[in-house]
Design a protein around this ligand. Sequence first.
Ligand SMILES: Cc1cc2nc3c(=O)[nH]c(=O)nc-3n(C[C@H](O)[C@H](O)[C@H](O)COP(=O)(O)OP(=O)(O)OC[C@H]3O[C@@H](n4cnc5c(N)ncnc54)[C@H](O)[C@@H]3O)c2cc1C
Length: 334
Amino acid sequence: MSLESLRKDLSSSNTMALPCVAEQFFELSSEQAISDFFYAHPEDVLILGGGSNVVLPPVIQRPVVQVVNHTLECIARDLDHVVVKVGASVVWDELVAWAVENSYYGLENLSLIPGSVGAAPVQNIGAYGVELKDLLKSVRAFDRVQRVFVDLSNERCCFGYRDSIFKRECGRYVISEVVLRLARKAQFVLEYGELKTLSHEANLSLSKVRDTVIGVRSAKLPDPKVIPNTGSFFKNPVISRSTCEVLKQRFPSLVCYPAGEGSMKLAAGWLIENAGLKGYVQGNASVHDKQALVLTNQGGAQQQDIIRLASYVEDKIKDLYGIELEQEPILIRD
Ligand SMILES: Cc1cc2nc3c(=O)[nH]c(=O)nc-3n(C[C@H](O)[C@H](O)[C@H](O)COP(=O)(O)OP(=O)(O)OC[C@H]3O[C@@H](n4cnc5c(N)ncnc54)[C@H](O)[C@@H]3O)c2cc1C
């Protein structure tokens, strides 16, 4: 089976609005099409979802592939749970809205995260105390090494903070479906940030939680349609408790949280803001003036501008605190 490749302008298909042309672009809309394609293309290929966690170069010579699978169906249910199969190209927030409408609990804290369902396991998306791994049963993907479709259990996905096997073995798995297990009885996670205020509410509804998350996110994060960005640009660094104590003596207002035995997680946004970089502009790119964790395209920026600004921020943070920041979005090289 031969598939037609298209040259495609991806400038409006990435939330950082970076100019980018894919020299060969393919849409794969069945398992057969996926396996045929990867048999014919053993070379390096970029798999693209909604473009909200990538920093794209001006031209991509290698094939760029998008999986098209709009499946959304309940495949099992009992009194307490429902098991849902969702295709890779379903828009993540449309899935969350659907779950809320149908009174399925679990996804509401992950409202308004941009992107596709297929990319969600890649960095184990998370927000307000919930991560995808808490709800995911399995992932169906084409394994380019074994050249077969595999169903990876939650355990085999090796999830971590903004991490998974899909990120570590980048390019090996082409995700076509995700299977989630959602609750049918009310169970909310309200320990984080502004959601705490809801914990005393009687008869709290799913839609109230979703609306609150949407309200808080809209107030805090720039809308990529207005100010192009990829959300948090840096991961929150995890350091040892002893290093954290030393830092806390130097910077008493340091923002940090316990992160497992002997470890502390630092708020990268605080580190950047405290270094005086909030609102810092470098050419066409900037550190957002309301949320220092977000790098933005001010208009006309290219990949190189974002790389330069990110390295500048990383160097300043290293000099001031001795901490190495790790980038969250994936830098695509050609
Ligand atoms: C304003 C804003 C807010 C954000 N907030 C959050 C947040 O709160 N929490 C959070 O975790 N993230 C957040 N993000 C990051 C982003 O939304 C997520 O990482 C999202 O899952 C990316 O989805 P995407 O479809 O856009 O993926 P893309 O950016 O297209 O791709 C991301 C990675 O996944 C790979 N990939 C994509 N599809 C597939 C597939 N089918 N099979 C295999 N690999 C694939 C790509 O190759 C790439 O490596 C935010 C981003 C923005 C712009």
